[in-house]
Ligand binder design. Sequence first.
Ligand code: HEC
Length: 169
Amino acid sequence: MKNIIAGFFTLLTLGLMAWVASNGGAYNGGEAGRITKDIGTRTAVTNKDSEPKEKSDREKENEALTALRDKAGNVGGFKVSDEYKSKCSSCHGVDGSGMQYGKKLMGPKLFGQSEEELYKKLDDFKAGRKENMIMRGLLIHLSQDDLKRLAKEIGEFPARAKALEDSKK
Ligand code: HEC
């Protein structure tokens, strides 16, 4: 009788083990194990999707930054005053050609405008006749003589560029 009972439990245990194994296996965590695997594959897929996109965004940003640095850093361009370089070139470019960061305009093109035009615009910003917080904040600390000197310098940019080009010939 003892043997029959022992045999029954042995069979039951084996049967249970077989059943568990056919349901995914207790060793893999059964149902829970499959869900974890699922999440695993899903995150892997999302990562694959977003990785190259992130990279190209970063690349674009790096390119934009390099362009900014090149323009602000007087690379291969004509000479400008330290005053223009330190106060204006970060937004208008070291040669006054304007600056763009991605789609955002940092500062419009100044190259090619006459001394008179430039002085009038600067004076308008400073006096508040033309509203722009950035330009006004910058110019409010400058004297009329400073404005005239800057306008004169920027007005000379096309001539300087031409001289530079001629000197390369
Ligand atoms: C922080 C960025 C920034 C800096 C630095 C800066 N500007 Fe500007 N500037 C602008 C922006 C933006 C405008 C456009 C404003 C508008 O049209 O409302 C502008 C407009 C101008 C204009 C008028 C251009 C036009 O055709 O309408 C002149 C001239 C000018 N800036 C000269 C200067 C000078 C000179 C300096 C240095 C003393 C300077 N800016 C520094 C951002 C800047």
